[in-house]
Design a protein around this ligand. Structure first.
Ligand code: NAD
Ligand code: ZN
Length: 340
């Protein structure tokens, strides 16, 4: 089968013919139809220090996917051949304390599809049945291919009660823009989003932000006063990975504000902890998705009017993956799909 492979410990990705993965008793075989490119894939392609210390080569990459189940392992129950499937890319161990307590997303020993086990940028993917999310009929193939990052946005946006609250999202990348849409959908008062990329801010505006703020040209405080906000944001969602954005967010928070932190900085950051202490802020790190509560919540919101379909801005044939990666690198895009 075809697969996009990190086959050498150097920058680059290569489309290669690789052996079909074998299907274990508890696994399913998925014929991959659509995949989506994540920032993580860019790091793996660039072979930065994180990738070099994390990815065993050779490795089939990619973890945002949807497809169709074509084979079931002998012990699999509750799934069937022909089902449309997406899936949770964090494969958890099942025997650490958190797994045994039903908190799979805090597993100590998880492996990652397309990171530390064979990935989804391929004609076929083997996934444990316990990680499959059957795609409900109301979700299109395109949106099914981005359920993984939509899950990150959902996990972050639902970390705290946003109903009737003023929300600041720093970073209008695809995940930030989806968090804007979710915050709007579930009843925030004002949703303000910052970025330094006008294209990204337009995407977030289309997702229902009350104000989009290019912080390279506009003062966030002036936007808050324009909205009649006098005390600061109740809920913060850090979705940029930028130290400047994180500090700006802490500075703009109301006393007793709650902050969910998803953005991954390239290295250690300096934060003004005085803001955290004297304002009594709550900070919560967000990793991945709650398995599977986040998946059910997002599927339900997509059924009740949440619409993120316009965030899929580009589609490429898998053979043209180099072009697709160039578009993602440019930042002039929402989610970029590869079709298999
Ligand atoms: P992305 O890189 O496409 O988006 C980040 C955005 O932040 C970009 O649009 C960028 O222009 C913007 N930005 C840069 N500097 C800024 C500043 N000073 N103020 C405001 N915005 C600024 O990433 P994405 O795919 O949308 O993901 C968002 C973040 O979440 C990334 O850092 C990613 O690595 C991280 N992530 C975390 C998890 C997790 O499980 N915690 C999962 C997926 C992604
Ligand atoms: Zn575990």
């Amino acid at each position: 089968m075809r697969a996009i492979v990190k086959s050498k410990a150097e920058p680059g990705l290569w489309m290669e013919e690789v052996a079909m993965p074998s299907v274990g008793l508890h696994d399913v075989l998925i014929r991959v139809r659509k995949t989506s490119i994540c920032g993580t894939d860019l790091h793996i392609r660039a072979w930065d220090p994180w990738a070099a210390s994390t990815i065993p080569v050779p490795m089939v990459v990619g973890h945002e996917f949807m497809g169709e189940i074509v084979e079931l392992g002998g012990d699999v129950e509750g799934l069937s051949v022909g089902m449309r499937a997406a899936g949770e890319g964090h494969i958890t161990c099942g025997h650490c304390r958190n797994c045994r307590a039903g908190r799979r997303n805090f597993c100590h020993n998880h492996t990652g599809v397309g990171v530390t086990r064979p990935g989804a940028f391929a004609d076929y993917l083997v996934l444990p049945a316990a990680n499959v999310f059957p795609v409900p009929d109301h979700i299109s193939d395109d949106v099914a291919a981005v359920l993984d990052p939509l899950g990150n946005a959902t996990h972050t946006a639902l970390a705290f009660d946003v109903v009737g609250e003023d929300v600041l999202v720093t970073g209008a990348g695809p995940i930030g823009a989806m968090a804007v849409a979710i915050s709007r959908h579930i009843g925030a008062r004002f949703v303000v989003v910052t970025d330094v990329n006008p294209y990204r801010l337009q995407l977030a505006a289309a997702m229902g932000a009350d104000r989009v703020v290019d912080v390279s040209t506009t003062d966030l405080a002036s936007v808050m006063s324009d909205l009649g906000m006098t005390e600061g944001f109740d809920i913060g969602m850090e979705m940029s990975g930028s130290e400047n954005a994180f500090n700006q967010l802490l500075d703009a928070m109301n006393h007793a504000g709650r902050v969910a932190v998803l953005g991954i900085p390239p290295g250690p950051v300096r934060l003004d902890v005085n803001d955290v202490i004297f304002k009594g802020l709550t900070l919560k790190g967000i990793y991945g998705r709650q398995i599977f509560e986040t998946w059910y919540k997002m599927a339900a919101m997509l059924q009740s009017g949440l619409d993120v379909s316009s965030l899929v801005t580009h589609r490429f044939d898998a053979a043209d993956f180099e072009q697709a990666f160039a578009v993602v690198s440019s930042g002039l895009c929402g989610k970029v799909l590869l079709e298999w």
